[in-house]
Write a protein that binds this ligand. Structure first.
Ligand code: UDP
Length: 333
């Protein structure tokens, strides 16, 4: 019989790609999502329940009706800058609701959990690439939220036999336009869609800071294709299914690109220049984030296949063309 995986936030960017991959691997996919970005999510391969993952009435109905094998949790607020201005909302959604959900899930005998963590738990890097032993010093409430939950997971694993895999994402990027999946944040704050829209629509792209301690003064990030990221969730689940012990992993490619390098590559992909304005630094940003991914490669056998930066930008651009202009559902293959 097919195993049923419950995905909190499965209609979001990373959740939807992971959900689709689970479906392709033969799992039954059940999604709870509030659709807060107003995104279209009409895929036949998943059952979508529009609800808050903290709604206990809905959770009771779902857990009564389905035999849930494991839960993947993507339903977090993610904008680092907003977390600095509105920490209460972030603690409520990303911490309190998550702990309540874990308690509920465990009370129903579901013990496997895949968590979307973040490299934001490390704060400003002392050494790059960063491995899992890098000290924790999150500078934003968002990063602190993720770290609190990592501690909760460790304690729950000891006390309640929770089996978890926590994936510390670096920068998710790219899309799977052939399957009508991509980034649909509202408002959009991520560099790649904003750059591509700026080029396409002759708008101005704002560089947030050119005075960072990096070779060209702009921030360096490790951009990982969302399909490679999604695959890590499935490998994490299968690792737990085969008796693997609870663990946490950095999830990035090990290569970094500066904002200026990204601008050049994006201009090449679209074949057009973009208007640029240099602005102040954005709240909560750190100089450089690059993953040391040895651990996830060794233990989960994860190998990135799609994360070449040209492929990331090309797939993101294809997605922008179908999504942003609101035309078409499927590209011709
Ligand atoms: N960035 C930028 N202009 C933008 C959006 C982002 O210069 O309009 C920079 C941002 O300061 C960071 C990098 O691009 O250094 C990646 O930002 P993004 O929001 O995509 O991801 P984050 O690293 O915050 O998760």
């Amino acid at each position: 019989m097919k195993k049923t995986i419950l995905i909190l936030g499965g209609a979001g960017y990373i959740g939807s790609h992971s959900a689709y991959l689970l479906y392709k691997r033969g799992y039954e996919v059940l999604i709870i999502d509030k659709l807060i970005h107003g995104q279209n999510f009409d895929h036949k391969w998943a059952t979508v329940i529009k609800a808050d993952f903290a709604d206990e009435k809905v959770l009771n109905q779902i857990f009564d009706k389905y035999k849930i094998d494991a839960v993947m949790h993507f339903a977090a607020f993610i904008e680092v800058g907003i977390s600095v201005k509105k920490p209460a909302n972030f603690y409520e959604n990303n911490v309190i609701k998550t702990i309540n959900f874990l308690d509920f899930m465990l009370s129903r005998g579901v013990k496997k959990f895949i968590f979307s963590s973040s490299c934001a738990i490390y704060g400003n890097p002392i050494k790059v690439p960063m491995n899992e032993k890098h000290p924790f010093d999150p500078i934003s409430p968002y990063g602190k939220n993720k770290l609190v939950i990592e501690f909760v997971l460790q304690d729950y694993a000891k006390a309640y036999d929770l089996k978890y895999v926590s994936l510390r994402y670096f920068n998710a990027a790219g899309a799977d336009p052939e399957n009508n999946l991509g980034e649909q944040h509202n408002p959009e704050t991520h560099i790649i869609p904003l750059m591509l829209r700026a080029i396409k629509n002759n708008k101005t792209f704002k560089i947030f800071g050119t005075d960072y301690n990096t070779p060209d003064g702009t921030c360096v990030r490790d951009y990982i294709h969302v399909l490679d990221l999604a695959l890590a969730h499935i490998l994490g689940l299968e690792y737990l299914n085969s008796g693997g012990k609870s663990d946490y992993f950095n999830l990035g490619t090990g290569k970094g690109y500066s904002v200026k390098e990204m601008i050049n590559m994006a201009q090449n992909v679209v074949g057009k220049k973009m208007n640029i304005q240099v602005c102040e630094r954005r709240l909560g940003d750190v100089d450089t984030l690059i993953a040391d991914n040895k651990k996830i490669k060794a233990i989960l056998g994860w190998i990135p296949k799609y994360s070449d930066l040209n492929n990331i930008l090309n797939t993101a651009f294809l997605w922008e063309n179908i999504n942003y202009e609101g035309v078409g559902i499927h590209l011709d293959k």
